[in-house]
Design a protein around this ligand. Structure first.
Ligand SMILES: [Mg+2]
Length: 265
């Protein structure tokens, strides 16, 4: 009975009126697993998007493009967004069309003010209680991920960070990035669960057999978020949606313990 109650709590978090069989099935599949691998995107997934950290990175990218190509800020912005749309990231566009040191680029664009990030002790506690390996998988740099996670107070909860250098500069959502990650860490995709604020980055994990959680944000920092807002029904590659990562994890943990108790009684 406990299990049912917690499941209802969880369903209310992920959209009560959409209580449906599919979500129950997905959750039961997860509860049955004993050793999950937990994979978290970094920006706007592990911290609230109100921090607007990406706006600072975005501004630094524009400045980098302006300096590299010796153009004014307006033209730099246009080129930056054009590369982003055509190549997946600004960096990929720059690497394809110009000569530059990608490591210097990463250092430059992530040189931002992290002081606006809060400590998140409840998130830390929730991650701490998850059983299994835990990773941060980001299109940014390792240094950025470590600085952010350190500031949030959660860095030492993770086994490792997988960054854009580890992915050989191939960004999510490209399948190769996930392949490299899975091979590097020996992840069995059906035993893994991935958290992302961008639904397109969940398409490949879904195809690989992972469970997927979309962490919904209010910001519109990516065109992919516009279709997220317009959904009347979530797509198949999103198993769960939540507006609050900590609540989702906490609810999962309490459900899991109820599930184990029910099984043992
Ligand atoms: Mg993100």
């Amino acid at each position: 009975m406990h299990c049912i109650k917690h499941l209802k709590d969880l369903l209310s978090l992920i959209g009560g009126q959409h209580l449906r069989y599919q979500i129950l099935k997905n959750m039961n599949r997860l509860l049955n697993k004993t050793n999950l691998t937990w994979i978290f995107d970094l920006d706007n997934t592990l911290y609230p998007d109100e921090c607007n950290l990406f706006a600072q990175i975005d501004e630094r990218m524009g400045r980098f493009v302006a300096q590299l190509l010796d153009v004014d800020p307006i033209k730099a912005r246009r080129i930056q967004k054009d590369y982003y749309h055509r190549y997946g990231t600004t960096l990929n566009g720059l690497m394809a069309e110009h000569v530059l040191d990608p490591h210097y680029y990463l250092e430059f664009v992530h040189d931002i003010d992290h002081s606006i990030l809060p400590k998140l002790p409840e998130l830390r506690e929730a991650i701490h209680q998850l059983e299994g390996a835990k990773y941060i998988f980001t299109n940014g740099s390792r240094k950025h991920a470590e600085l952010v996670a350190e500031k949030l107070g959660i860095l030492d909860e993770f086994n490792d960070v997988f960054d854009i250098v580890d992915a050989q500069f191939i960004p999510k959502p490209k399948a190769t990035a996930y392949d490299i990650f899975v091979r590097r860490h020996g992840v069995n995709p059906p035993d893994a669960i991935m958290f992302e604020d961008l639904h397109i980055n969940l398409q490949v994990p879904y195809m690989l057999g992972m469970s997927t959680v979309l962490v919904k944000t209010s910001s519109m920092d990516h065109p992919g978020k516009r279709d997220q807002q317009a959904w009347t029904k979530k797509p198949d590659h999103v198993h769960f949606e939540t507006k609050n990562l900590t609540e989702f994890l906490t609810s999962f943990i309490s459900q899991k313990s109820s599930f184990i108790n029910v099984q043992n009684s």
